[in-house]
Design a protein around this ligand. Structure first.
Ligand code: NAP
Ligand code: ZN
Ligand code: ZN
Length: 350
């Protein structure tokens, strides 16, 4: 079956309309009519070939929400008509230690995990195509239930990547009451980090390079906001953080943030710039036994947990809706950090 989609044919070509095949519905598959898809900075990195190993045509999109249009014979988790979501993963080995623990994003199988677009991590097998399309077919295990009201569906889409990518490390490093948590970069991921850390009960400090986002970050739930280009504002927070989540998509000075951690504090990186950060200073680590860590999206079970938490607490993403043919303009604005805070494509416009 052919679906309408937007694809990059090469790292230098703009996204343009095309048609893509999807596999025939298998017994454990769910076919989804895509209603909205969020625009993650990863979509831009991938479409432009800023990361190694990209496969073309490349159809981005891994913040997918829509309605189930058909189910395979053995599907039990979802029914036709249900509102569902698909995030960054559509397959894994399903029987390694990580998969058994519900952490499919760290799958130790021979091919790693299967990305919603760009295929298996090791580059084997057929390419996969993401959510900038009017439909997708996915194994039921990788399809999430959405219990938010349907009127909020577009604003739920970014939870499937921006939400889980911040939820997973905030939970792992135990953000909560009595903890001082920093969120660096108030973009798609960062604004969800602020909302979630606030809802978990932490004292939240937002770090932004954009003075224009100060008031907005307070409205998202930050207790304090620091303009990170201002050394005096930074110095006021020296040695005070339990945990910092760094979502910045560009190389920058990590020491400026490492020195804000207290003894045994951790800064976890989730942003994936196309070139390395300047190497952080070792003294900054050893003198306070600080840790620099990384975290990758989140597993299926914890993604469902995050979606249910957000539905219960009325949390969605702050979005700007666009039509499919506005995607290149949206990419340009995202490169300038000019979005509050996530573009979401209305797939009825494809
Ligand atoms: P985004 O919406 O573009 O937000 C990134 C934010 O970083 C910007 O809004 C800006 O915030 C700040 N920033 C940008 N350039 C900067 C610079 N030169 N110096 C300092 N700060 C800068 O991007 P996103 O969708 O949130 O994604 C962020 C990164 O996470 C991307 O690299 C993406 O690929 C990656 N990602 C990783 C995972 C994972 O599993 N680890 C999952 C999804 C995405 P301010 O204006 O507030 O400074
Ligand atoms: Zn993403
Ligand atoms: Zn596995």
């Amino acid at each position: 079956m052919k679906y309408k989609a937007y694809a990059a044919q090469s790292p230098t070509s703009q996204l343009a309309p095309t048609h893509i095949p999807r596999r025939v519905l298998g017994t454990s598959d769910v076919a989804i009519e895509i209603m909205y898809c969020g625009v993650c900075h990863s979509d831009l990195h991938a479409a432009r070939g800023e990361w190694p190993g990209m496969r073309y045509p490349l159809v981005p999109g891994h913040e997918i929400v829509g309605r189930v249009s058909a189910i395979g014979a053995s599907v039990t988790k979802h029914n036709v008509g249900d509102l569902v979501g698909v995030g960054c993963m559509v397959g894994s080995c399903r029987h390694c230690d990580s998969c058994d623990e519900g952490l499919e994003q760290y799958c130790e199988g021979p091919h790693g995990w299967q990305q919603t677009y760009n295929g298996w991590l090791d580059g084997s097998g057929e390419n996969t195509y993401g959510g900038y399309a009017d439909g997708i077919t996915v194994d039921e295990h990788f399809v999430l239930k959405i219990t938010h009201p349907e009127s909020q569906l577009a604003a739920v889409a970014p939870l499937l990547c921006a939400g889980i990518t911040t939820w997973s490390p905030l939970r792992h490093w135990q953000a909560g009451p009595g903890k001082k948590v920093g969120i660096v970069g108030i973009g798609g991921l960062g604004h969800m980090g602020v909302k979630l850390a606030h809802a978990m009960g932490a004292h939240v400090v937002a770090f932004t390079t954009s003075p224009a986002k100060v008031q907005a970050a307070l409205e998202l739930g930050a207790d304090e906001v620091v303009v990170s280009r201002n050394p005096a504002e930074m110095a006021a927070h020296a040695k005070s953080f339990d945990f910092i989540l760094n979502t910045v998509a560009a190389p920058h000075d990590l020491d400026a943030f490492m020195s804000l951690l207290k003894r045994d504090g951790t800064m976890t990186m989730v942003g994936v710039p196309d070139s390395p950060h300047p190497s952080p200073g070792v003294a900054n680590l050893i003198f306070q036994r600080r840790q620099l860590a990384g975290s990758l999206i989140g597993g299926i079970a914890e993604t469902q947990e995050m979606l249910d938490f957000c539905a219960k607490h009325g949390i969605t993403s702050d979005i700007e809706m666009i039509e499919m043919n506005e995607i290149e303009a949206a990419f340009k604005r995202m490169q300038k950090s000019d979005v509050k805070y996530r573009f979401v494509i209305d797939m009825a416009t494809i």
